[in-house]
Ligand binder design. Structure first.
Ligand SMILES: *[C@@H]1O[C@H](CO)[C@@H](O)[C@H](O)[C@H]1NC(C)=O
Length: 413
């Protein structure tokens, strides 16, 4: 078997080495290098070996001293010319712009320029080109900025129109300085499975139909931006979405949905993990919202402005392995099954709320104290007097008797 693999590898190797690069692909590589700041191309880096006067890129790739790395040519076209299939720049501090010539490589499958100093905007792919091979774009940890002006109207958006990339499954543009608004899904291809634009400067609301055109999306990370307004209800009925991270934004509420009042069995949500921590969400945590996510195992809502009681889940639902609700204004009884959870069975935190029955003896009350009574009352005029009176009688703080009516927020594993 090993012998066979070696033989196959040698054949591919020879095949590549023998082939000249398609002239258009060689041009694209040349333009890619030319758009970079020459001073940022250090001796010994992949791009320093790209010498177009000395060698043919794909031909030299596996043998010579030129074109040692940074790209691959794993395809040949009917004319016998080698085609560029992969551009993966190493983290070498390359600065300058990303050339739009990358969109002229019809066989390109991966574009990875993460961990460099690239700046300017992400160039728009020409609508006329067929980029059906391109599956993966990784541009994270650079200095890309927006906004991308859209020709048809006055608004500017976060990404250019990526819909021509009709096989794109993975797009990571996190840790850049991309600004502008998140636009409706028309600008993203329906093939997308994972989308991250974490830690940028995106602002404004998420359009309610933002995910309508990306029905296969499984992971969405837009945390650490400046998004505001309502969190779209569509995210919580999306059939494919499993992980949603919108933490560290400025959202103020959840858009309500008719689904909240349907039986949980009718839920279409596949969400397993939701992080809405460090926003400005107000009001009670809607019971129907939590129930409409029957597969949910991890819920983080830390450091918001939530009031009301800890929501109840039915025993039929997936047990939560993580429930982080610290740093809010929640009040009322702590559900009995939650009190029964032992440290290590689940990650739970209820610190820094208005839960005066959160005794020190329970691990999920450790760390930060509950808020002062006056703080709770000032923040929330409807703050329940029963909680207040309990807080005034220390003997009640140690009992479990008032927690019986609670239905589990978290169940034992
Ligand atoms: C955000 O990105 C910047 C670099 O662009 C980095 O220094 C910072 O640590 C990142 N912040 C987070 C929260 O990831």
């Amino acid at each position: 078997m090993t012998w066979l693999l070696t033989a196959v590898a040698v054949v591919l190797f020879l095949g590549d080495a023998a082939a000249k690069t398609h002239p258009a692909d060689a041009d694209a590589l040349r333009l890619l290098k030319a758009a970079l700041d020459p001073a940022s191309i250090a001796p010994g880096s992949c791009l320093s070996s790209w010498d177009f006067t000395a060698a043919d890129p794909c031909d030299a790739l596996s043998s010579g001293e030129q074109f040692t790395c940074g790209f691959r040519c794993d395809a040949g076209d009917p004319a016998g010319l080698a085609r560029v299939t992969d551009i993966s720049l190493e983290a070498a501090g390359y600065a300058g712009n990303l050339s739009p010539a990358v969109w002229t490589l019809p066989y390109l499958q991966t574009l990875d320029a993460a961990d460099n100093q690239l700046s300017g905007s992400v160039p728009p792919p020409p609508l006329s080109l067929d980029l059906r091979q391109l599956r993966r774009i990784a541009l994270s940890r650079n200095a890309f900025s927006g906004e991308i002006p859209l020709q048809m109207n006055d608004i500017s958006g976060w990404f250019p129109d990526f819909s021509p990339l009709s096989s794109l499954t993975y797009l990571d543009a996190s840790d850049n300085a991309i600004s502008g608004r998140v636009l409706p899904a028309a600008a993203l291809p329906p093939s997308l499975l994972k989308l991250s634009a974490r830690n940028n400067s995106l602002q404004g609301p998420l359009p309610p139909d933002f995910t309508a055109g990306i029905p296969n999306l499984q992971v969405l990370d837009l945390s650490h931006n400046r998004l505001s307004g309502r969190v779209p209800a569509a995210l919580f009925v999306h059939p494919a979405l499993q992980q949603l991270n919108l933490a560290f934004n400025r959202f103020t509420s959840l858009e309500s949905s008719p689904q909240w009042w349907r039986p949980a069995a009718a839920s279409t949500s596949g969400l397993v993990a939701v992080d809405l921590g460090h926003n400005r969400l107000r009001g009670p945590l809607p019971l129907g919202w939590v129930r409409a996510m029957p597969r949910l195992a991890s819920l983080t809502m830390e450091d918001n402005l939530l009031t009301g009681m800890i929501p109840r889940r039915s025993p039929a639902e997936t047990p939560l392995s993580r429930l982080l609700l610290g740093g809010n204004y929640l009040y009322g009884p702590i559900p009995a099954p939650l009190m029964a959870v032992k440290e290590g069975e689940a990650a739970v935190s209820l610190v820094d709320n208005c839960l005066f029955q959160c005794p020190r003896s329970f691990f999920f009350c450790h760390g930060r104290n509950q808020k002062q009574t006056a703080t709770c009352r000032d923040f929330n005029p409807s703050f329940r007097s029963s909680s207040l009176s309990l807080s005034l009688h220390p003997s009640h703080l140690h009992g479990r008797r008032s927690t019986r009516e609670g239905i589990p927020g978290v169940q034992r594993a």
